[in-house]
Design a protein around this ligand. Sequence first.
Ligand SMILES: NC(=O)c1ccc[n+]([C@@H]2O[C@H](COP(=O)([O-])OP(=O)(O)OC[C@H]3O[C@@H](n4cnc5c(N)ncnc54)[C@H](O)[C@@H]3O)[C@@H](O)[C@H]2O)c1
Length: 329
Amino acid sequence: MSVLRATCAAIQSIHPGTQARLAPGVGAALTAADPAALAAALRGIPRPASVAVGDVRLELADAPSVAGVLNGQVALVTGAASGLGLGVAKGLLAAGASVVFTDVDADGLAAVATALACPERVHTARCDVTDETSVAAAFDAALARFGRLDGIACCAGVAPAFPLADFPLAKWKLGLEINLTGYFLCGREAVRILGAQGRGGWMVLLSSKSGLEPSKNNSVYNATKAGELHLARGWALELGGQGIRVNCIAPGNVFKGSKIWNETYIAEAAKKKGIRPDEVIPYYINLTSLKRDILPDDIANAAVFLASDAARCVTGQVLVVDSGQVWTR
Ligand SMILES: NC(=O)c1ccc[n+]([C@@H]2O[C@H](COP(=O)([O-])OP(=O)(O)OC[C@H]3O[C@@H](n4cnc5c(N)ncnc54)[C@H](O)[C@@H]3O)[C@@H](O)[C@H]2O)c1
């Protein structure tokens, strides 16, 4: 474990809930030879303003206090520059968490940070979820900015759609890499940090109704979204002893803000259903029992619930947010 990670974990063990920020220039600091020595030095004294272990110098502070069920928490969200990931990240932020927005799209992240104008609780980090170095760096960036982690939401996903006979191998592999390897790498990195902190935590994996009931011409999406459900169940079993809860959300079709539902994808869906492109969205809404357009906020509300103490006894579950379309759970 890096000195940064071990130092942050040592701080959490003595002063749980503290946020810390990497600050190369801090002045007088409590210094220690290593993270274990730091924990020993912190025990029994009031929390100092800053600490230093080797080159790692951190300023310590209370988490910003914001009304909301996630007040004080720190969350990292993937795919947070667009669509459902952005919606979920904004929902966690509105519920009081400090949020690290990550995405492979650096320009998109910059635009989000500017629009939110909340530097106290918003941090952005470019992250390609298929690359383990990039994933580790994003989690390190979260620790360098906030000093702790409470949970993650894995949202970065793609949905290349082709009939089976024409499905390009490269698109199949891309779907596996982003939707499965990406979730695996983020879960693995999160548990390394949550485990070292020893305070439990949560993971929310954004799956899909297609993980429960397949859709046509969607081989890699169906397979990976179903795979995510079982990843979460296995992790819930494996990590429960550490107090880490792992759940999935299975959204129905969400059109607002989604780049998956781009013109080409809508044209493909129209072809599949034998309707005009402008009929696609009403067509899908009409398939639901509630006849209600599902919005990113609806998915965000589910994520906030699963991240919060209201769900303290909920793990290994799939929360379906589909306006009543799929009856397999
Ligand atoms: N929109 C829907 O109808 C719907 C329904 C059910 C589930 N979902 C799930 O929601 C998630 C987001 O879908 P969306 O519709 O908002 O799509 P979107 O394309 O709008 O957002 C996906 C985001 O993931 C990012 N991304 C892509 N590859 C990445 C990588 N390698 N590393 C990091 N980030 C990467 C993209 O830049 C983009 O910002 C997906 O997991 C999808 O399966 C969407």
